[in-house]
Design a protein around this ligand. Sequence first.
Ligand code: TRP
Length: 476
Amino acid sequence: MTDSQGGAATSPMELYEKLTAQGEEVRGLKTAKAEKAEVEAAVQMLLKLKVDYKQTTGQDYKAGCPPSENAAVTDNGTAAGGVGAGGDDTVDPWNVSTTNAKGVDYDKLIVRFGSSKIDKELVDRVEKVSGQKPHRFLRRGKFFSHRDMNQVLDAYEKQKSFYLYTGRGPSSEAMHVGHLIPFIFTKWLQDVFDIPLVIQLTDDEKYLWKDLSLEDCHRFAVENAKDIIACGFDVNKTFIFSDLEYMGASSDFYRNVVKVQKHVTFNQVKGIFGFTDSDCIGKISFPAIQAAPSFSNSFPQIFGGRKDIQCLIPCAIDQDPYFRMTRDVAPRIGYPKPALLHSTFFPALQGAQTKMSASDANSSIFLTDTPKQIKNKINKHAFSGGKDTVEEHRKHGGNADVDVSFMYLTFFLEDDEQLEKIRQDYTSGNLLTGELKKLLIETLQPIITQHQERRKQVTDETVKQFMTPRPLNFKI
Ligand code: TRP
């Protein structure tokens, strides 16, 4: 019942040398102006090696710095010394990594970002105000941090409504299960509070950041919209827009972009996002575009030109820098600050040191995967907190805290009691890794199949409906 963790078989030094050689290969190809596909393949390989390296050593690969002594690995591939660390977690809109097999230290992140913890009291309050059992993502701390959520609830109790804003950067056609997390939760919020929702598809952002054509980015936006619609959003309460389309069509939206641009300096975005003098100017001004949907008068067709309607943004915590900037600017241009609900990351199959990434096929379960692919990926790649042999596992039990299959169940298994029983059985050694994986496979397969069935029902006509600027059901 061991899980082959490919990386563990190779020594840190061997991996380091492989990585260095691959880095040189990529540079060589780029200098030689090799074909795009060839360069891309080499880059993919490089990224994969970096993930393996981190998996094996618990450290980030740094050119010129061979792995240190304490880069040893334990039996099952867990990085030694990783657990309990957290000071060196990297979390920004472009990178998420930690040396800790349990994942990013979210409590430290709350302190670092200056947000507030979603505690039991707030979860209870959501239950009281909405009159609904809190979503499992709230019960289990998947949405763990917030800004001003109490204010939103105060106002809602006084019949003052609000709207939801979330988004997605359409970098490829392929969406994975991790991408669904904010949308599943946003759909729940839309249902229980009965409020409008705007979804920004930043095709412009992906064009600026990636080596993609505008046409491809826009096509991905429309394809991704189908997966988003398949989450069950109400067409009468949801407006999905592509920046490339809506920015050009809406003078009101663009006015807010310009207002934000006037109130943020290059120095500020350098500080917040780490832009440098050699980043293109499109990147430098992009944060203003992600800020604009936080202001209700960017959508006059929905809010009748009102600028004072409170916005609530559910998003993964890595998007917070955009909204720290937005919240800083808002009062200076006469708008309310958007409130936020932050989620944790969805771990890669290989372990919670990184998030699931569509550019690494082995790290991801895609929304297009067949039941068989799901089964194989989980069995082959899901990092296990189990012991090496059945005997040892029965004797000592597994470690659910670093076990990716268990982590995925905490996202997708609805029944709290069943989940707790699984945790206990696994920890005591009653439940074997293969059995735990089977439980996850049986949980995920129907979820993905049902998603695929709903997506099939989404026609081009449906997409057009969602993406047409129009009034929504909204009681001011
Ligand atoms: N920048 C985000 C991404 O790359 C997309 C996005 C735009 C977004 N607006 C948002 C995400 C609001 C969450 C909330 O995925």
